[in-house]
Design a protein around this ligand. Sequence first.
Ligand code: PMP
Length: 358
Amino acid sequence: LIRNAVLDLDGYVPVEPVEAVAERIGKPVDEIIRLHMNENPYGTSMRVQEVLASFDHYQEYPDADQRVARERIAAYTGAPSQRIIIGNGSDELIDLLLLATIDPGDEVIVPTPTFGVYESRTPLFGGVVRRVPRTADFDLDIDAITQAVTERTKLIFVTAPNNPTGNMPTTQQIVRLLRTGALIVADEAYYEFSGKTFLPLAREFDNLVILRTFSKWAGLAGMRLGYAILPDALAAELWKVKQPFNVSTAGLKAIEAVLDDIDYLQQTVNRIKIERGRLYRGLRKLNFLQPYPSQGNFILCRVTRGDAHDIHRRLERRGILVRKYSDPDLRNYLRITVGRPEHTDALMAALRGMAGEI
Ligand code: PMP
């Protein structure tokens, strides 16, 4: 009864639920320091919370057209609202892009290492993933990517800045990819932390998709809100395949409220950027981790002495969660989300405390 593409999935969930970890280590969930999911440690704004609490029409279906929220995003981004689609997290938009573009056997290029969802979802839609490894310092290998393009290539995913490596592609690199004619999906999930966007290229190229999210900078990961800025023709097709009520009324209201309160959220983004510098300098002083400069709200570290999974376990026992990887490319790396100053202090104390033992 079940499709082979589904049977072939390993069902592996990369991050264990915090509730399960808390139970295992015997700590209340609230005391766990969450540096493993690139969330905003300051939460969202009071304004969002007030709007959600006082809204009294939850008995009605949401606006399938997402009109008001899309207009607010248009004002925020400068992109025309008819080219914007809001998704249930940007994860859903990745699915919709695959659903709208992939015929069985079509190819999707994924420069690795990167965010795992592009690779895990593509086969479900009948697509074939072509992994193209990044260079030793995690730069895009543009020659290798352009050589991997065939007449079956539909999409090339480029994460900007890249998760988990933290680096940005250059405009020149993106332009070279756009010239291949494939649809280039620039995933700008961490845009607010980098301040750099490839959106201006959409004026010149009609094969560029920009993905953004409210999960990171806006502190709304739990609401599941992302958006895509699409070429006109593709936007029209995505509207056809999107579930009419994919985004809840609460989600649409939250977007309006967030974009009414940008100053507050920009302050939390600034705090996180300052803390990113402090965390990076602290990590550099350790003699068993090598941090990579990052334009996101996280820092990738190569474990130069000891074992990443062992360090992960030792931190977890102290109630500090960071991201570990089973992917062989990243087996000895850890990704650490930038938290509040007190989170950095607790993390650094724990890491310094284990320096003699590993
Ligand atoms: N793209 C990238 C690069 C990400 O890191 C993430 C979240 N980890 C997402 C997309 C998904 O974000 P959302 O919560 O909007 O689904």
